[in-house]
Write a protein that binds this ligand. Structure first.
Ligand code: PEP
Ligand code: MN
Length: 354
């Protein structure tokens, strides 16, 4: 996929700010929010017309009638408008209403048939399309959606990072797993990526810190859910901000430069390079010993995985992390990766001459 010179947000000021209600609910709600956001200098107005709800019986969007409210925002407030599309019929209706930008929702991105249907409906249409990450942390599936659209001639593409769903108790509604959008940036360097802190957060108190993190990670903008009366919203009531809260947040966000002078940190970076070299040498030594143990396990008929030893290693590392004021969870992730590579090496040895 050729991603050079993507001008999805041609001419727009960075960071791109897309804001508006989760769902368009009434003409009055749409016009009230949009009027305040236009005055706040928001780049694009968003509102969901068709809502993919987890359980039936919830508000599933106002439907095509709402497109006319967005058309009013565009005409009267001179503000470009965006909505989510999930089927070819949605695309057709949105295009005839003059919607300026379309986005593919997280649930849709998980389904290649649905993405292909959208790509086919968009063949030959010059409109910017943003693709939210799939609900599961699968970078290939996300990239596949861009490829399907791009293969059909959609060139003005962009990504929306809205976090990944997981089961059980959690701080975030959708875990940010920032390494995935950052890897997307490595794979498709010219693709703009904006962050949707609202769907990551799930609650309004976390929207500001997540927005700051997104900017600190050099993402290109934000998509924020804003409602004139959030607690009465028909969808995602907990995570929407009022227009005034959005304005206050935009005011407080700190903008850092990625293109500034890095000479101040050159020395520190060369120290880090030496440490990384040392880590690699240590890993190579560790793996050498792991292989020697593998030979002995094979010889003595011992299993490769020994739960007691694994538990002991992880506990020892956790205790050491505390002594060295390191984040226990982060160290645990690193040692799980090291342990799983060690097991892989030993499995190769014990199965070598079979
Ligand atoms: C939305 O933006 O309102 C929405 C439904 O988001 P997602 O696809 O990220 O769940
Ligand atoms: Mn929403």
């Amino acid at each position: 996929m050729n991603t050079e010179a993507i001008d999805t947000f041609a001419g727009a000021k960075k960071p791109i700010i897309v804001a508006g209600p989760c769902s368009a609910e009434s003409e009055e709600q749409v016009m009230t929010v949009a009027t305040e956001l236009a005055a706040a200098g928001v780049t694009l107005f968003r509102a969901g017309i068709w809502k993919p709800r987890t359980r039936p019986g919830c508000f599933e969007g106002i439907g095509p009638e709402g497109l006319q409210w967005l058309a009013r925002v565009k005409k009267e407030l001179n503000m470009p408008v965006a909505t989510e599309v999930a089927t070819a019929a949605h695309v057709e209706a949105a295009l005839s209403a003059g919607i300026d930008l379309l986005w593919v929702g997280a649930r849709t991105t998980t389904n290649p048939f649905a993405v292909q249907e959208l790509a086919d409906a968009l063949r030959g249409v010059d409109i910017p399309v943003l693709v939210k990450n799939p609900v599961n942390p699968d970078l290939e599936l996300w990239i596949g959606a861009f490829e399907r659209l791009n293969n059909n001639g959609v060139t003005r593409l962009g990504a929306i990072h809205r976090g990944f769903s997981s089961y059980g108790e959690k701080v975030f509604r959708n875990s940010p797993q920032w390494q995935i959008p950052l890897e997307l940036k490595n794979r498709l360097p010219h693709l703009p990526i904006i962050c949707d802190p609202s769907h990551i957060a799930g609650k309004r108190e976390l929207v500001m810190p997540l927005s700051q993190q997104a900017l600190d990670l050099n993402l290109d903008g934000l998509m924020v859910e804003v409602h004139c009366n959030p607690s009465c919203a028909l969808s995602d009531a907990r995570q929407q901000l009022t227009p005034a809260e959005l304005v206050a947040m935009l005011d407080k966000l700190v903008h850092r430069s990625s293109a500034g002078d890095t000479s101040y940190i050159a020395h520190h970076r060369s120290c880090l390079d030496s440490i990384d070299d040392e880590l690699i040498r240590l890993l190579a030594r560790r793996m050498e010993i792991v292989r020697q143990i593998g030979e002995i396990k094979k010889d003595k008929g011992l299993t490769v995985f020994q739960p007691f030893r694994y538990k002991e290693t992880m506990e020892r590392c956790a205790a050491l992390s505390i002594t060295h004021k390191l984040d226990v969870e982060a160290v645990k992730d690193i040692f799980e990766a090291i342990h799983s590579e060690s097991i892989r090496q030993q499995l190769c040895i014990v199965n070598d001459d079979k």
